[in-house]
Design a protein around this ligand. Structure first.
Ligand code: F6P
Length: 526
């Protein structure tokens, strides 16, 4: 990254801006008519994943200039410095070492996690009463929840059938109540996942869960409460047995912490072997990022396409749409990865970016999405780039009736978005003249297709790392710091102040006094 400077000074920027003005002049239909083999050369492989970006408004010239921009903005240099453990998180004076967690066969912490996970899985890890622990409840929020919970659902087919693993994240007590429902404190381990070990949402849940455990097993919780944290001292201060405190480095950001101790509950569910396979899958993509020239570097190219849409074509959002039940929580995880990383209005040196940065990232499963938000994708007034994610070999396919239909829908959506159905074609179908405008599809709507051969721990790791590096590549172009998240702090401070205000019953006039009064009215008398 050119030390935080704004990217518009890069020579390729003006040329791309010029081309952007003309990008709409050639439709995707015309691009495919001119070059039917587009999906051969506007596509690439990373690990086991096949990624096709042929349905974007790009040609060789645009891709060449985007690669030039990447060189001029030293994207590879920034990635290399990240991979080398240099201080790339400048506003916090830290490196970003999530890739180091998956670079080797594992460190001491991973080994201790594996011992505990294996003990729970084979029934040899017992609670205070001597009964085997057969349930794990993981408490955490943001990066201490989203990645592991997403992966737990994606890899549910690999989970131990007799071990219960649940996640709880919301400050709303209904969430924790549901997570603990039906469990026996005597056979339950609660894992408190919090890098800082100060996050109020998690600490409130930890207090409630600890009280629940205590009611069931008494005061000795030394075999019932574990912690994954970068603040082991704070875990110790809460009385957690040091043997169950699993540290993660301060240099691993919450949203990048899936491969760390934060993944303990996931490891219990799928087992240490599969967890290691996930790390190996991530490492494959880390190597690809490091060793592949920009012209074929898939995460960098995807990041450059994101920049093309956001900075030059004015797209304001990115939809992530998995055609896989297992991947249904991927959009939620990626929201944090991409929006906490790229939601910045100043460059790393504190000056204004001078242009837009991260888009809104959203999405949901494709099958349901087609009957909810695809209307806007096809016929709305905004152009929304879409990632369509498919899995070639299904986890299950009852009667052999579901999977081909699912894939057919993914392919159909990519085609309909790209090529649409013009008014003449619509009229030719016999549509009444006054309905033609309503039933025609403009097309020319970009999508990326990402295909996994199967949903395994390895391919999931690859997919997650692909999005992580795509995000970092964008940040490098824009000159922003993808590893800090100062924007979450003000709300946290105010929540503390409002907590005090509500507890103290203050009648002081505030901008929110009206709301507080209404809340108290609805709450009713004590
Ligand atoms: O939302 C802000 C944030 O700091 C995230 O970056 C982080 O993943 C989350 O809160 C949870 O933080 P912690 O792991 O320290 O509880």
């Amino acid at each position: 990254m050119t030390s935080g400077s704004s990217p518009s000074g890069a020579p390729a920027w003006a040329a791309l801006a010029d081309l952007a003005g003309r990008a709409g002049a050639v439709s995707l239909r015309e691009r495919f008519a001119l070059d039917p083999s587009r999906s051969e050369h506007f596509a690439g492989r990373v690990g086991d994943l096949w990624v096709d970006w042929s349905r974007h408004p790009v040609d060789e010239e645009v891709m060449g200039l985007l690669c030039d921009l990447s060189v001029q903005r030293d994207v590879s240099g920034f990635c290399a410095r990240m991979l080398a453990g240099e201080t790339v998180n400048t506003t916090e004076g830290r490196s970003a070492t999530h890739t180091a967690l998956r670079a080797s066969d594992g460190d001491e912490t991973l080994g201790r996690m594996a011992d505990l996970a294996a003990g729970i899985r084979d029934g040899s890890y017992t609670g205070a009463s001597g009964e085997p622990v057969g349930a794990v409840v993981s408490l955490g929020i943001g990066g201490s929840y989203l990645g592991p919970a997403m992966a737990h659902e994606a890899l549910a087919h690999l989970a131990h059938p007799d071990v219960t693993v649940r996640f709880s994240s919301s400050l709303d007590g209904a969430d924790l109540t549901a997570a603990l429902d039906g469990l026996d404190p005597a056979t339950t381990l609660v894992v408190i996942c919090s890098k800082s070990f100060t996050t109020p949402e998690t600490m409130v849940a930890a207090d409630t869960a600890t009280a629940w455990l205590r009611e069931g097993v008494g005061d000795d919780l030394s075999r019932h409460v574990a912690a994954a944290t970068a603040a082991p001292g704070r875990a110790a201060a809460r009385g957690i047995d040091p043997g169950l405190v699993f540290p993660l480095p301060e240099s691993v950001g919450g949203r990048f912490s899936l491969p760390s101790a934060v993944g303990l509950a996931l490891m219990v569910a799928i087992g240490p072997e599969e967890f290691r396979r996930m790390l190996s899958g991530m490492h494959v993509v880390d190597r690809h990022l490091d060793e592949t020239p920009v012209a074929t570097n898939v995460p960098v190219l995807l990041g450059l396409l994101d920049v093309w849409h956001r900075s030059f074509l004015g797209a304001t959002s990115l939809a992530v749409v998995p055609y896989s039940h297992g991947l249904r929580r991927l959009p939620g995880h990626l929201q944090q990865v991409m929006m906490e990383s790229l939601g910045k209005r100043v460059t790393a040196d504190g000056s204004p970016t001078g242009g837009p940065t991260g888009p809104v990232v959203w999405g949901a499963g494709g099958t349901g999405g087609q009957h909810a938000f695809f209307q806007l994708l096809h016929q709305g007034t905004d152009v929304v780039p879409v990632d369509l994610i498919g899995v070639a070999r299904p986890v299950v396919d009852p009667r052999g009736a579901h999977h081909e239909a699912l894939m057919a829908n993914l392919l159909a959506q990519a085609e309909a978005l790209a090529f649409g159905r013009n008014e003449a074609e619509t009229a030719a179908l016999g549509v009444a003249p006054d309905l033609v405008a309503h039933q025609a599809f403009p097309g020319n709507r970009p999508s990326t297709v990402i295909l996994l051969p199967e949903l395994s721990a390895s391919t999931l790791g690859q997919l997650v790392a692909l999005y992580e590096h795509r995000t970092v590549a964008q940040a490098a172009v824009w000159g922003i710091n993808p590893f800090d998240q100062w924007g979450v702090e003000l709300g946290k401070d105010l929540a503390t102040r409002f907590g005090d205000l509500l507890a103290g019953g203050s009648d002081r006039q505030e901008p929110s006094s009206g709301l507080i009064r209404r809340y108290r009215e609805l709450l009713g008398p004590d």
